[in-house]
Design a protein around this ligand. Sequence first.
Ligand code: DGT
Ligand code: CA
Ligand code: CA
Ligand code: ZN
Length: 577
Amino acid sequence: MKNQEIAAIFARMADMLAILGENYHRIMAYRRAAENIAALSRPLEEIWQAGELRTIPGIGETLAAKIDELMRTGRLEAYEKLKAQVPAGVVDMLLIPDVGPKKAALFWQTLGITDIEALEQAARDGRLRHLPGMGVKSEEKVLAGIAALKKRTGRTPLGVAWSLAQALLEALRKMPEVVQASPAGSLRRMRDTIGDLDLLVASAEPEAVMARFRELPQVAEVLLSGPTKTSIRTHEGIQADLRVVEPARWGTALQYFTGSQAHNIRLRGLALERGLSLSEYSLKREDGSEILCPTEEEVYAALGLPPIPPELREDRGEIEAALAGRLPILIERSQVRGDFQFHTVRSDGRNTLLEMARAAQAAGLEYAVVTDHSYSLGITRGVSAAALRRQRAEIEEVNRLMGGTFRLLAGVEVEMRADGTLDLPDEELAGLELVVAAIHSGLRGERERLTARMLAAIRNPHVDIIAHPTGRLIGEREEADLDMEAIFRAAAEHGTALEINGYTHRLDLNDVHVRRAVELGVTLVISSDAHDVNGFANLAWGVAMARRGWATAAQVLNTRRAEEVLAWARSRTSAPS
Ligand code: DGT
Ligand code: CA
Ligand code: CA
Ligand code: ZN
């Protein structure tokens, strides 16, 4: 079992114990264990196999035994008992702002409310205000909280959804009845946010697959289950739809359930023009006979099209491009040689330079730019000019230790101040190999001033890259109000690169912005924005945004070697601006 799965189970148990009004120390023990396991940089399974569970902070004899039980059996008796006691919907109530375990227990035990929908109804009916400790005001708060929750939990960032889906797919692939399994829907198209997970399986024994799927440890609740489709909710509150199809119909099914709906509608139109009707089951000729497509390529070929990468399937011109033989050759993760933003313990990262260098190399990279935050950034510990100079020596030392097989480049993530200046002097910036500039505060400011602040940095010859240009945080903060067209044009004119930040909650630039930047000839970089050794996985989400924005390898700096990147940066600094 994966670290995150076990952490989720312990966190859930803590919630259930709190609802049952159990001993505070017991609740905290589970909560601390969940946090410490989630923060581990090694697979818990490895630690378990080595018999070293007790070395994890917060894991004593009792919890070690529980982890052992989960690892051996995939189940935990204590968890099953709690699940039988506390309805899943009652635990979900804790997601509502202002509803804690005491209130959730109150609603459940006095009014028999076992899910959020029933709670919303009860609040609307004015039935909560009469409960002990409640009133009209707190009843309104519950309604407002539910509304906020519905808005907030609507969509999940790609990186979060992807890990959950991979765990489910791995479990499915292990089932003897499963021939193949694939993500579908927005997940396979790698949209920046995912509504629900769609999973597709080819099997001749759908009912057996469904039965095993319902029993997976990730499943918190089965929403519906039939012979071809099962929907479940995971402990993280994310819905997953599993569909099982005959292997002979895999191609049409995968095509259909990958979508998007708009892309599918266009394809059906193309099929009709060719006297065919396209469905999830097959292509049908006018005489009713079926053409079965075991692969997706066969579906596209039957319509006279080359295969279209899932990331492009949004009806944004990909069908026209395919018909004209002009689909772009999209950048691939395997072409990424370097990373352009990561943090260490010197600012808000969790690992040292050496640890990060080794992790970057393990992620297949040849180089990575060190970009700890500059000093003035209020929200985190930053590096001063003096500390930056000291870090330079450290970088050289790590490069020596890496023996020439991997290279750290000296950079910084420098803050653009409100007045348009940067918070490190030009002499300091000139001494670095690469300079990344970013805005972290005042993002709600007025459009004109904020845009001017960005343009000033883009024009500064010392600035090579603008990080996470729109400042959005998925589910938390909308994009800043910026004149993106002016920013793209200025970046293209001055040769300043714009970042596609792959950090799970950023994905900034997003696909639509990347597409416009590509059209205008802006140079792009993909960054992991890693804050620990696991963070380099974020590059995949950045690559996804690049692909969805039709970017080719030539437009993305990461595909170049370290020396080429340095030459690019030097040519920019010396060019007149
Ligand atoms: P999401 O879940 O909101 O992130 O977006 P999708 O694209 O995953 O949408 P979802 O889960 O409702 O459906 C998965 C795929 O199934 C969708 O991309 C295309 C296909 N599909 C679902 N409903 C329809 C429909 O009514 N018409 C057509 N043509 N395709 C559909
Ligand atoms: Ca979906
Ligand atoms: Ca779905
Ligand atoms: Zn940043």
